[in-house]
Design a protein around this ligand. Structure first.
Ligand SMILES: Cc1ncc(C[n+]2csc(CCOP(=O)(O)OP(=O)(O)O)c2C)c(N)n1
Ligand SMILES: [Mg+2]
Length: 329
């Protein structure tokens, strides 16, 4: 073990656990989906696990995360229970949105996971507003917006970043550049190579980071979080990554070459981090195997619980649809 390394061993182990939990859950869902057993849609996160795990490990419980149409990894990383995510995918009463939202609309405000937003780019200004609220109330909490490369071409991205910079809002913009927006490669939609370069136009720091390297993700996110918490304003972090599955359920991904997919699979963030934990941080392989086995067991039990859970009560259909009216005071 490297005693003077700035990242404590428990943090590293927790990041690894979350990455494995995301991968095992997503893989299991895909298998069940192919058997027609998952009632929800699927936008899967395999390949991008280092980003969710690394960023969320740099956050406190009371920091808040805004996610997208691909939220399962973000939700697990922020601490939403696997059972309540599975419940939501099966549309059950035990789901984190009471079975009303499905895969794209996960939420658990108690752990700082705000309802995910399937409208591309739409969570960006909402995160800025939440961050402005924190600073106006004198709180040192931060807001994080996760979004894709495609979202960085949406107007809301530009408005959101500009306002955040002007107001020095404690928000971190996490662009997961997986190279594609649905079937469209980024080279067809933008002339620049690095989305992080766009930060300069708004007067905030922008960094391009290897999104397959969990430690690099954690360290870059930690720096941005410290900056935001200290009142020094927002940061744009671009993580170069790749989604191994199609855009959504049923997409065979035939707009990508097999060589391209295999090249990225050769830099799979999970075995990369696993090897690093053993070689650099002296972790025992047996301990990592035990983590992997516990994750698999957790996945199986969450899915079984979701399948056995009761359907939502029709009487509650209109509950939680609108915010309850607060008395004027
Ligand atoms: C405003 C809007 N336009 C189009 C869509 C349809 N749509 C859903 S996801 C997606 C691609 C988004 O790509 P990106 O932002 O790179 O995220 P990724 O899917 O790669 O995670 C599109 C076009 C949408 N949900 N919202
Ligand atoms: Mg994308």
């Amino acid at each position: 073990m490297i005693a003077d390394h700035p990242v404590p061993a428990e943090r590293l182990a927790e990041m690894y656990r979350k990455m494995v939990l995301i991968r095992r859950f997503e893989d299991r869902l895909y298998g069940l989906f192919l058997q027609g057993l998952v009632p929800s849609t699927l936008h899967q996160y395999q390949g991008q696990e280092a980003v969710a795990a690394g960023v969320c490990e740099a956050l406190r419980l009371d920091d808040i995360v805004f996610s997208t149409h691909r939220p399962v990894g973000h939700a697990i990383a922020k601490g939403v229970s696997l059972e309540s995510i599975a419940g939501e995918l099966w549309g059950k009463a035990t789901g984190c949105a009471s079975g009303k939202g499905g895969q794209m609309h996960l939420a658990d405000v108690s752990v700082g996971f705000l309802p995910s937003n399937a409208i591309v780019g739409a969570n960006i200004p909402i995160a800025v507003g939440a961050a402005m609220g924190f600073s106006m109330r004198g709180l040192d909490r931060v807001a994080v917006s996760f979004f894709g490369d495609g979202a960085s071409n949406i107007g809301a991205f530009h408005e959101g970043l500009n306002l955040a910079a002007v107001r020095q809002a404690p928000v971190i913009f996490i662009c997961e550049n997986n190279q594609y927006a649905a079937s469209t490669h980024i080279s067809l939609t933008m002339k620049i190579k690095n989305i992080a370069d766009r930060a300069a136009a708004y007067g905030m720091p922008g960094r391009m980071v290897d999104g397959m390297d969990a430690l690099a993700v954690y360290e870059s996110a930690r720096e941005a979080v410290e900056r935001a918490r200290a009142g020094d304003g927002p940061t744009l972090l671009e993580y170069k990554t790749y989604r191994y599955m199609g855009h959504s359920r049923g997409d065979p991904g035939n707009y990508r070459s097999r060589e391209e997919v295999e090249q990225w699979q050769g830099r799979d963030p999970i075995p990369l981090f696993r090897q690093r934990l053993i070689d650099t941080f002296g972790m025992e392989e047996e301990a990592l195997i035990a983590v992997e086995e516990r994750c698999q067991a957790e996945v199986e039990s969450a899915i079984q619980a979701a399948q056995a859970a009761p359907e939502p009560d029709p009487e509650k259909l209109y509950q939680s649809v609108y915010a309850s009216r607060r008395s004027e005071s």
